[in-house]
Design a protein around this ligand. Structure first.
Ligand code: GDP
Ligand code: GDP
Length: 435
């Protein structure tokens, strides 16, 4: 289970400062998945061996047209819905405010553990001022300085105690895990229904009325995989901005949990910035990826429509364009079977292992004909290549001067690998190492 820690509190108490301090070292994994706002507000970190995700709830809401009060209510709701532990932050320099009391009031309905964090206690002499925060009705609180980091260790010690680290026995152990992600209304539920049968998921015309993300075994026509369906939205009546945000949250989580990420886009809208964010996230996490252009039944077609549409998408997803793109209709079930076959193909490609002898036999002559360009009169000789024993395809090329091999040559090598072996839908890594 992924553990999630949410930071809530009124503006300026230091939520994003704490967030940045916590996720700094690992933010590469999810950087610039910007969701509805501009910045990073969702990041991973770990403490004493527990991995967890931190959400700065404030970051998602700022900039909306709501009053502070509505904003804070949304933050708290989000924290209560999505997290395992809530950090309620207040500001020791400003002292206790009415808005803090309101937040405390809202948090009372939470079943989740709430830790009160008194921030901006930069030195011990500030400790005396903190007593007024007992008025918020918490038995204890944690004094920290997000700026210097002091006190955050004790806080995290407490946070990780509340994690649920029960190892669930995975009934689907060993099967590929497939996430269908995409914006609200792209057709995720409809596709899920087409795959698994109508009865298990009710689709309505109002986006966001289906339930939470669910996992189901697909086992038909000799194909087997686990479907992670992110269509879910448990709350009705949310405004579109929240809906968007929740769908991003779910997508990010699903991407982390899957082996193959199926990005669904609405043909009538095209591929949008949010779609690209998710796709790039999947690539960076070395997941298999494929794109479904859904609602193809609604598109007026001429001879080259598919080709043009495909070229358009490839331009947007460059440089990694070796990605299957299917034009489907979840509604009429056009190419739904092909979708399943492609999922299986991408899964296979992701675990493809090429024998060292075969690799060398194919790649060395190519390198012989087109060697890396000499640098400062030095010739780079690549002598040997092998695939590393990793979960996703990685290749090591051994050379006399590996540090001189530049990005364009790496890309050339990658293209040659893709030309000779089927790695469609799969990000691959190439390393040059000292022989
Ligand atoms: P947010 O709106 O809750 O996300 O608050 P920010 O993280 O943006 O912080 C608001 C202001 O408080 C910024 O100017 C921070 O530099 C400052 N700040 C944050 N944490 C501390 C702290 O521990 N000590 C002091 N002195 N200032 C802090
Ligand atoms: P989700 O929010 O991504 O789960 O999207 P839904 O599956 O709920 O679909 C949103 C709306 O689009 C519903 O009204 C569906 O009936 C409709 N829809 C989904 N797939 C297709 C399709 O292939 N063609 C057409 N014409 N409509 C579709």
């Amino acid at each position: 289970m992924a553990n999630i820690v949410a930071i809530v509190g009124r503006p300026n108490v230091g939520k994003s400062t704490l967030f940045n301090r916590l996720v700094q070292k690992r933010q590469a994994i999810v950087d610039d998945v910007s969701g509805v706002t501009r910045d990073r507000h969702y990041g991973k970190t770990d403490w004493n061996g527990s991995d967890f995700t931190v959400i700065d709830t404030g970051g998602y809401i700022v900039g909306s047209e709501d009053t502070f009060e509505t904003e804070i209510r949304k933050q708290v709701e989000l924290a209560i819905d999505e997290s395992n532990v809530i950090l309620f932050m207040v500001d020791n320099q400003v002292g206790l405010t009415d808005m803090d009391k309101e937040v405390a009031q809202l948090l009372r309905k939470s079943q989740k553990p709430v830790l009160l964090v008194v921030n901006k206690v930069d030195s011990n002499k500030n400790l005396d001022d903190t007593y007024e925060f007992y008025n918020l009705g918490f038995e204890e609180f944690y004094t920290v300085s997000s700026m210097t980091g002091s006190g955050t260790g004790e806080l995290l010690d407490e946070v990780v105690k509340h994690f649920d680290d029960t190892e669930f026995e995975d009934p689907f152990e060993g099967l590929p895990r497939v996430a269908i992600v995409g914006r609200p209304n792209a057709g995720k539920s409809t596709l899920t229904n087409a795959l698994l049968g109508e009865e298990r998921n009710i689709v309505t015309d109002i986006a966001g009325t289906t339930r939470d993300s669910i996992e189901t075994l697909y086992n038909k026509f000799g194909h087997e995989f686990v479907l992670i369906d992110t269509a879910g939205m448990r709350k009705k009546g949310k405004v579109s901005e929240d809906l968007e945000f929740y769908s991003v949250m779910r997508a990010v989580r699903a991407v982390e949990e899957c082996d193959v990420c199926v990005l669904m886009v609405d043909a009538t809208r095209g591929i949008e910035a949010q779609d690209l964010n998710i796709l790039f996230l999947a690539e960076r996490n070395r997941k298999g990826v494929m794109i479904l252009v859904n609602k193809w039944d609604l598109v007026e077609k001429e001879t080259n429509t598919i080709k043009e549409y495909e070229a358009e998408i490839k331009k947007k997803i460059a440089p990694f364009t070796d990605v299957p793109i299917l034009f489907i209709s979840a509604l009429t079930k056009q190419r739904v079977h092909k979708t399943v076959e492609t999922i299986m193909q991408v899964t296979e490609n992701r675990s493809r292992r090429i024998k060292t002898s075969k690799l060398n036999e194919l790649m060395l002559p190519i390198i012989e004909i087109t060697p890396p360009p000499a640098i400062k009169g030095k010739y780079i000789k690549i002598k040997y290549v092998t695939q590393l024993p990793t979960k996703t395809p990685q290749f090591a090329f051994f050379a006399n001067l590996p540090q001189y091999v530049k990005e364009p040559y790496k890309r050339f090598i990658e293209n040659q690998l893709r030309k000779n072996f089927d790695f469609t839908g799969v990000p691959i890594d190439i390393y040059f190492r000292q022989k």
